[in-house]
Design a binder for this molecule. Structure first.
Ligand code: MG
Length: 126
């Protein structure tokens, strides 16, 4: 089994797309549909990378990241995923402590390589 990716995404269509693309590329996918669930899965499933939607029901992605960091003793890289295409949103995500940023719509063609890049960057930082 390839690297384990935790996908935190509340939209079922987006989740299916990301899961299908990543599993086809050889990754193992763990799903969470809320920020709270994402924090719990990050703690109990030892992912190698987290893809975190910013707009979620309940706590948002930035708050989920904050909570995840208080319980995570392994510095797992967490990448923000958002439909916001504005540069200030990207800057805000990085300022909030995310390790990277992916824009929706997700590129089916580019996603496996993008995820590989984030994994490699995370290994370098660890
Ligand atoms: Mg969402």
């Amino acid at each position: 089994m390839g690297p384990r990716i935790l996908v935190v995404e509340d939209n079922a269509k987006n989740m299916k797309l990301v899961r299908d693309v990543l599993e086809y590329a050889g990754y193992e996918v763990i799903e969470a549909t809320t920020g709270e669930e994402g924090v719990a899965r990050a703690a109990d499933s030892a992912p190698d990378l987290v893809l975190m939607d910013l707009q979620l029901p309940g706590i948002d992605g930035a708050e989920a990241l904050r909570r995840l960091r208080t319980v995570d003793h392994r510095p797992v890289p967490v990448v923000a995923v958002t439909a916001f295409a504005m540069k200030e949103d990207r800057d805000r995500a990085l300022a909030a402590g995310f390790d990277g940023y992916l824009e929706k719509p997700i590129s089916v063609r580019a996603l496996p390589e993008q995820v590989g890049g984030f994994l490699a960057a995370g290994d370098g930082a660890r």
